[in-house]
Design a protein around this ligand. Structure first.
Ligand SMILES: C[S@@+](CC[C@H](N)C(=O)[O-])C[C@H]1O[C@@H](n2cnc3c(N)ncnc32)[C@H](O)[C@@H]1O
Length: 262
């Protein structure tokens, strides 16, 4: 695996989200329920990929859905160490770990559901990742995800992100900057180290409008497979795609609406 990729380095240094802070805040971490993988009636005996699971999302998904099997993938070894610790702590058994880029996974027409929130827009080559997810998804399978939305709120954020990177700022410098320069964008985020790094020091990201995300999907195997889009807080674009629903085999399930996790 290429550990020199700036995104791998970034998330090894700043695992996301900050588990220790959540634990300290209580209630129990398992209540940070992730609605992207709900315990849906009919969500049984499924193979699920959490692509770019970070520190906690994969654990939560597997913990709340013991009747399904989960592959948890992330490039960040330190993020996965948090996930592994939680999985051991809670005795979760339905997981396989893959510490490597999504692009290097070896599954073919395998997953009933792929979840990838806050990941695809950080990848070096977005169409390659989207096509890889297509190849790994079964006919009739679902791909749910979130990418940055190119709205007014994100515009200010991404300009500052670029400025901070150019200035070679660290988390401490970013905090100092906002103490001197109050900003509503800063106020709306949590100020843990992981959140500051994720929001203000990200080395690679893209942003999409509804139209440009649709264009991006249409430039891949996911052409005309989009089922729903929801924009949250003018910053995040959640989507659901379904791979050739008419070719779905025996398993049937209802996915309801797009469940965004906040
Ligand atoms: C912003 S975090 C989101 C974590 C999690 N999905 C969530 O919503 O809490 C992005 C995660 O994607 C991982 N990541 C980025 N590019 C990746 C890739 N090509 N393959 C696998 N993981 C990747 C990062 O290491 C990081 O843990």
């Amino acid at each position: 695996m290429d550990n020199s990729d700036p995104i791998t380095k970034h998330y090894n240094k700043y695992p996301y989200p900050d588990v220790t802070r959540w634990n300290a805040q209580g209630p129990d971490i398992v209540n940070k329920f992730d609605k992207m993988v709900p315990p849906d009636p009919g969500f049984n005996d499924m193979d699920v990929l959490i692509a770019g699971c970070g520190t906690i999302q994969g654990f939560l998904a597997a913990y709340h859905n013991p009747q399904n099997r989960f592959v948890l993938c992330d490039v960040s070894e330190s993020s996965m160490a948090y996930t592994k610790a939680l999985i051991e702590q809670y005795g979760v058994e339905n997981v396989t770990y893959e510490i490597k880029p999504i692009e290097e996974l070896e599954y073919e027409n395998f997953f009933d559901l792929v979840v990838s929130t806050g990941v695809v827009h950080h990848c070096k080559d977005v169409p390659t990742v989207l096509n890889k997810i297509w190849d790994m998804t079964q006919e009739g399978g679902i791909f749910k995800g979130m990418v940055y939305f190119d709205g007014e709120a994100r515009e200010g954020q991404s300009k500052l992100n670029k400025f901070f990177l150019d200035q070679e700022y660290d988390v401490y410098d970013v905090r100092k900057y906002f103490t001197k320069n109050p900003n509503s964008l800063w106020d709306r985020h949590d100020h843990s180290e992981a959140e500051i790094a994720d929001n203000w020091l990200n080395p690679r990201f893209r942003e999409y409008t509804e139209a440009s995300w649709l264009d991006q999907l249409d430039a891949t195997e996911w052409e005309r497979q989009l089922r729903d889009i929801v924009i949250l807080e003018d910053r995040k674009l959640y989507f659901i795609c379904e791979k050739n629903p008419d070719r779905r085999k025996a398993k049937t399930f209802q996915w309801g609406n797009l469940g965004a996790n906040e």
